[in-house]
Design a protein around this ligand. Structure first.
Ligand code: NDP
Ligand code: MG
Length: 376
């Protein structure tokens, strides 16, 4: 099996990717973290990659000292790793920090297994055009998009008429705005079905995650935003579905374990035994379906408006959200302020209809500054 470069190896997706690598003896050519040198050192000693890197340059000297007795090359910055010749680059970085590494990987001709949805939200057009131009594969890791991808395997020339994007609803499903005024950080961090990094867990509580995923689906599958229907599936068993012209709906089901979509993105087109627990429908018992409440969860409606508007609008909502979630996690703002910050940034940060990469990077700064100044 081909070797991988793993960006964001110390996170939730990163560590589960390494579980898959252990299960199938997949060679890891490079590992990276932002600043968690402790875990990165342990991973490097176990997997013996050729390279280990930190994005936060203040951690470089520490990592270099820790790995001095090995022949692992220690690097500051992660774009260089993404461009190393390898079977697949796994991008498990959180946030728009993943955009440049994704582009670097594609330009170098590498296939990319993508968990970093912010890449497609902020730079969807740039990324999909680069993928086409370089003739590489972009394989989704996000469970819903992996499900859609699997539902389309074997569809041949038949186009879908609708994508049914499922959502767990998060910890506050069914709650109204007034009930969310005083929610504490640990309530927002307690996801009912998935154990994930802090940022995506908050995004799941605000439903921003589903808004980002709608935009991700538009770019990955060439869908019109109106073709994407969000359905709350509380048990997180149906990971998403597609509908065809004749009304047939094909869904992918499985236990709520990211190792299945991660593994498929590494081994595609092959399916191999997976460390994830197998699904028993008898244990699940019942599957329920509901609608998302966009009046309460305004991040979702802001993301929909942003993709309808196009240009740099998705980048604005993404980066405003990253800044607002950061403030919430540092106890600087309240839960409902996240949605207000995202909506306000969408209205006030400068719109660009056909953004270049530089425009996207400037939009990032403008949206972050807007939120930090107005809400921080
Ligand atoms: P985590 O916060 O758990 O991990 C993030 C990883 O990225 C860590 O390795 C972290 O390093 C690294 N990192 C953080 N900031 C930077 C930076 N500025 N530059 C380079 N590396 C950085 O996140 P998750 O694993 O939960 O999520 C990763 C991505 O996958 C996100 O885009 C998320 O939306 C997506 N995703 C996650 C799912 C999940 O189940 N967790 C499910 C579906 C999608 P360090 O440890 O040093 O901070
Ligand atoms: Mg998802």
């Amino acid at each position: 099996m081909d070797d991988i470069v793993l960006l964001g190896s110390t996170g939730s997706i990163g560590t589960q990717t390494l579980d898959v690598c252990r299960a199938h003896n997949i060679r890891v050519k490079a590992l990276s973290a932002n600043s968690n040198v402790d875990l990165l050192e342990r991973q490097a000693r176990e997997f013996r990659p050729e390279y280990a890197a930190v994005a936060d340059e203040s951690c470089y000297a520490d990592l270099k000292t820790r790995l001095a007795d090995t022949d692992i090359k220690v690097i500051s910055g992660i774009n260089e790793l993404a461009a190393l010749k390898c079977g697949r680059v796994v991008n498990a970085v959180v946030g728009i920090a993943g955009l440049l590494p994704t582009l670097a990987a594609i330009e170098a001709g590498n296939d990319v297994a993508l968990a970093n949805k912010e890449t497609l939200v902020a730079g969807g057009r740039l990324v999909t055009e680069a993928v086409k131009r370089r003739g590489v594969k972009l394989l989704p890791i996000d469970s819903e998009h992996s499900a859609i991808f699997q539902c389309l395997m074997g569809a041949g020339e038949n186009r879908f008429t609708k994508i049914i994007l499922t959502a767990s609803g998060g910890p506050f499903y069914g709650k109204k705005r007034e009930e969310l005024e005083n929610v504490a950080k640990d309530q927002a961090l307690a996801h009912p079905n998935w154990n994930m990094g802090a940022k995506i867990t908050i995004d799941s509580a605000t439903l921003m995650n589903k808004g980002l995923e709608l935009i991700e689906a538009v770019w990955l599958f060439g869908a019109n935003p109106k073709q994407v229907e969000i359905v709350v599936q509380r048990q997180s068993i149906i990971h998403s579905a597609v509908e065809f012209e004749d009304g047939a709906v094909i869904a992918q089901l499985g236990s709520a374990d990211m190792r299945l979509p991660i593994q498929l993105a590494l081994t595609y087109p092959r399916r191999l035994p997976c460390p994830a627990k197998k699904l028993s429908l008898f244990d699940v018992g019942e599957l329920t379906f509901g609608r998302a409440d966009e009046e309460t969860f305004v991040c979702l409606s802001a993301a929909k408006s942003a993709i309808a508007k196009g240009g740099n609008a998705p980048c604005i909502v993404n980066c405003a959200n990253e800044a607002a979630v950061g403030l919430f996690l540092r106890d600087k703002i309240r839960f409902l302020d996240i949605g207000d910050a995202v909506c306000s940034a969408l209205e006030n940060v400068g719109f660009i209809a056909e953004p270049s990469l530089d425009d996207i990077l400037e939009t990032r700064i403008a949206a972050e500054n807007y939120v930090l100044t107005k809400f921080g």
